[in-house]
Every structure is written in C-alpha cells, then in structure tokens.
Ligand binder design. Sequence first.
Ligand SMILES: NC(=O)C1=CN([C@@H]2O[C@H](COP(=O)(O)OP(=O)(O)OC[C@H]3O[C@@H](n4cnc5c(N)ncnc54)[C@H](O)[C@@H]3O)[C@@H](O)[C@H]2O)C=CC1
Ligand SMILES: O=C(O)C(=O)COP(=O)(O)O
Length: 595
Amino acid sequence: MAAFSFTLTPPLSKPSPSSISWTLFSLSSPTPLHFPTKPLRKTLVVFSSLNAKPTILVAEKLGSAGIELLKTFANVDCSYDMTTEDLCAKISLCDALIVRSGTKVTRQVFESSAGRLKVVGRAGVGIDNVDLAAATEHGCLVVNAPTANTIAAAEHGIALLTAMARNIALASPAVKAGKWQRSKYVGVSLVGKTLVLMGFGKVGSEVARRAKGLGMHVIAYDPYAPADRARAIGVELVSLDEAFLTADFLSLHMPLTANTSKILNDYAFSKMKKGVRIINVARGGVIDEEALLRALNSGIVAQAALDVFTEEPPPKDNMLVLHENVIVTPHLGASTFEAQEGVAIEIAEAVVGALKGELAATAVNAPMVPAEVLAELAPFVLLAEKLGRLAVQLVAGGGGVQSVRITYASARGPDDLDTRLLRAMITKGLIEPISSVFVNLVNADFTAKQRGLKIAEERIVLDGSPEKPLEFIQLQLANVESKFAGALSDLGAIKVQGMVKEGLPHLTMVGSFGVDVSLEGSLILCKQVDQPGIIGKVGSILGEGNVNVNFMSVGRIAPQKQAVMTIGVDEEPDTETLRKIGEIKAIEEFVFLKL
Ligand SMILES: NC(=O)C1=CN([C@@H]2O[C@H](COP(=O)(O)OP(=O)(O)OC[C@H]3O[C@@H](n4cnc5c(N)ncnc54)[C@H](O)[C@@H]3O)[C@@H](O)[C@H]2O)C=CC1
Ligand SMILES: O=C(O)C(=O)COP(=O)(O)O
C-alpha cells in the first residue's frame, strides 16, 4: 500500500447516514482543479469521518494487546455478554463490531445498525455465526483472524485425541474421588493406528504433523486441498468412503457450510469400523448429534471427544454430553493465552486497516485484491467510477440502466487483469448518482443484481506495453435514450471511453466523437456544427457567469461537419449561463454533467 495514503475527508457524493461513511475509492484531490496538472498523489478513501473517531464495539473477551491497538485509532466499547436486544440497541452507534464464536451477528443486527456498521471482525476462524449474506447486502465488510489460533486448535485436537485414548478425563476425577480403578481405564494405543482428518486446511495440516510424530498413519478427506501440500506432510488424500471405511480415529477440521452440515450422519457411521473414535474441534453442526448418539449406543463409535456443539452451551440434559464414552470441553480450541493475544492483534489490525480504507487481506465477503494490484489499478479505479457517473447522467429519464457492456483494452493477456475492482467502481458510478445506495467493493455485485443491472465484460488485447494494466475502458449502455444524442454510438448505445494519462483519468470518446478532457470537476458537452468562433462565444458566456474553464477540447467528424466540444469547468454554471449557451445558434444540444 506504499503508493497510497488515507485521509479523512468528507465523502464526495452525498451525505452519509452516519458520521462515518464508506466512499470506497473516491478520490480526494489535494490540488486545485486546473488543467494540465502534474499527476496527483492519489488518496484512496474508504471511510471518511465527518467528525470524531470511529467507535468499535468489542462484544466478547479479546486479548489486551488487541484492545490497546484498537484504542490508538478508535473509541472502544467493551460490552460482553450482551443479549441480542442489547446488541441491536447499541449497534447503530458503532462503526465496527468484534466478536468471537459466542455472538450471533444476524440480519437483525445489520438492519438495526441503520447503515453505520461498516466492518465486522471475527476474532477467530469460523464465520458461521455471522450472516454473511446480510453483511454483504448492507455493504458491511467481514474480516476474520484466520491464522493466529491454528496451532492452539491443532494442539487441542491432539489433547482430546490422547486424553480420549488413555481415558484421562474419566480417570482423573475418579482418582480425585478416592477410586483406584486401573483395569477400568485401560486405553488404546495410537501408534500404527489410522487417523482420518476430515478437512486438511490449516488446523488439519498441523494435527497431521503432530499425529505423525505419535506414529499414526494419517490420511485426509478434503476435495479442495492441494495434493502437493498433503504429499509434503506425508498425508494421502482419500475419498469420503475410504475415509469412513479406514478410520480408527476420525478428526473433523472443516468449516460448517451447507455441504459439511451433518457430514457425519447415520450413513457415515454405518460405513465405519466398529470401535472408531471421533474428535471434533471444528463445529458441532458437522456432526448429526443424534446419529452420533445412536452410533455410540450401538458400539460403532467407541468414544467421542467433543469441543464444539450444535447449540453452545449445550443444554444440561444433552445426552451426548452426559454419555459415559464422551469427553467434552467448552469450545476451548482457540483458548490459549498465546492464541488469544495473537488473534486479538490479528483482528485489531484487520479492523483498523479496514476502517482506514485498506483492503483487508482477510476479507471474507469481498474480493481480496493484493496491494500491488491495487497500486497499479488506482488511477483506473478512479477512471472507472467517473465513466460510470458520466454515462448514467447521459441517460434520459429516471429509469436508470438495465445493461452495461464494459470493454477493457489492454496489452496484457485476458487472464492477467483483475477487473473486479474496476467493475465494482463502474457499478458505483452508474448507481450512486441515481439512488440513495452507497456502493462499495463488498456490495457492488449484489447491488447491481438487485437493481437488475446486467454487466457484460469483454477484453480486447492491444499491441502496446504490458507494463500498463490498461489502455482504455469503454462503457456502452444499450436500450436507453440519451439526453445528448451526440453520445450515441452507430448502434444507438450511449458510449463513453476513457484512459489514464499522466496518472489522471481522461475522457477520450463520447459516442463517435474523439475528445480529450481530464475527468475532474464538472463537464459541459456541446454538439454543434463546426465553425469558427463557437469556442470563444461559449468561453465568454462562462466567464461572464464566473465559471472557471479548466479545459476545452473539440472532436469533429470532419471540418464544417458536426463536432462535440467538451468543456471542463470548476464551478456549476447557473441556469442563466446554461440558457445563454443553449441560445448560441450553431449549438444543437448540450448537457451539463457532474463528475
Ligand atoms: N474449536 C475451536 O476453538 C476452533 C475451531 N476451528 C474450526 O476448525 C475448522 C478448520 O479451521 P482452519 O483449518 O483454520 O480452516 P481452513 O479454512 O484452513 O481449513 C478448512 C479445510 O476444510 C476443507 N473443506 C471445506 N469444505 C469441505 C468439505 N465439504 N469436505 C472436506 N473438506 C472441506 C477446506 O478445503 C479446507 O482445506 C473451522 O471450522 C474452524 O472454525 C478453528 C480454530 C479454533
Ligand atoms: O476460530 C474459531 O473458529 C473458533 O472456533 C474459536 O472460537 P472462539 O474465538 O474461541 O470463540
């Protein structure tokens, strides 16, 4: 992110519903808008504060190092053990919320925030307690802390595995109660036994390393895991059926999703060897708990060690918890001092970064755009938004746009250009001027879909330097009428095209007319019959109206034929000035556009 700085400035487009607003990648221009200028230092503004510091609500216990870090940037409200009602009541006063697994961040929470909540930080891995669809619809970024508790979770998995195999959890209270029952607590050995890992991601891999050290034969079921990573650790990836058929111990390390929900069910247990032992430090919901109870009672499952439950805390009469062959812990996987300090710092950095405008590397509901891609795309990001704003203002009537065709011309191969950011900004430009919706990278595709805006993207590979990510961007809006007929292409679509020159966005084509104007301030487009004196007349009228002209350019089909004049202006002309321009005889049509 070295090429960017982040400033706190008012949003460009419209007032925010709260003191903090998300104006993703709007440009705040630190120099007066005169043309030509030197390239500006771009400032990406994601959140712009109109007044005080942002407020971050920490809803569950977080390591002190993380709290201290948050306090350097924001007002921090640590309110633990809130009811849903308490949370909903507070949330409209908060810009960010940090939770662990104990808080359900439901649609109701996002609705109650009334647009103020911009970041939810999950201080841990699993985000199954956050309604991601609702977050995205509300333009709220969700970030997590996916790495700092990996080892703790893996160590807890191994602790449960060994404690279960040697009956430690049962034997210990018995001894404390004065019972010396050595034959009752004879265990099973681990060496040479097959451990199946369901899910071979960060935690699964760390469990594998440790289990191999215990002499176990480790295999894994994970259709998405890279085979070379498994090979490097000496783990074979197997099919689901093979996993069920061969396991002596089966340990779960997958996220809870629609696909993994109740993946251990009656069918799965029916395939397993009699006497299999189950460990779950992932999520309660990946096991059909009633099916597990049946399998324990029938003897298919000899023992289970559970850290997580479908309902947490589980009800007091939960038959699994009370089962004599089940050992349990209260969701302790991530609960080591070291992991909690690490997670707290990881999430604090992610949340503060997101509030400052950095694209979080751990964003869960937004595309992750690497910093180097972001750096080179920055001027094009601005161009994309400006072209969108310009194109939609050329549409006649308030019906908006139903479809947009975006053409990216580049000397790079089609696979070497990440357009998600550009698409999001074009969507922002097309939608924001005609609605009250704030569009950002999180909700752009959702907002477009919701408004029935179809986006078609195409790439043209041009000769040129692949150093530059793009030569030009072109937008075409089909099936719309235009308030400026000169903006229509031969096929009747509104067409605008632009490129980046010296780091600044430029408009280079309107309809079939080549133009060249820096996309700053506002713009007047005039269509006229090409003849001497027009530029002077328009210039004088604007001068009389105290409107500073920063640039003029004329694009014509041929001498004495029709031409389009683009005039960049710093101030908005009053109606009288615009009326006078319209009265110039040779001018056939004109339009004033705010960028
Ligand atoms: N008990 C606790 O306190 C803790 C629990 N966890 C949980 O452990 C689980 C794993 O965490 P990480 O390893 O950090 O996540 P990860 O994302 O690194 O790994 C998850 C793995 O599951 C795999 N997977 C996804 N869908 C699958 C499917 N249908 N079948 C098989 N594999 C599938 C993925 O390909 C991935 O390799 C998560 O559920 C997380 O919430 C993590 C930390 C602490
Ligand atoms: O990181 C995870 O997925 C966990 O399950 C840890 O949960 P916790 O933060 O301890 O409530």
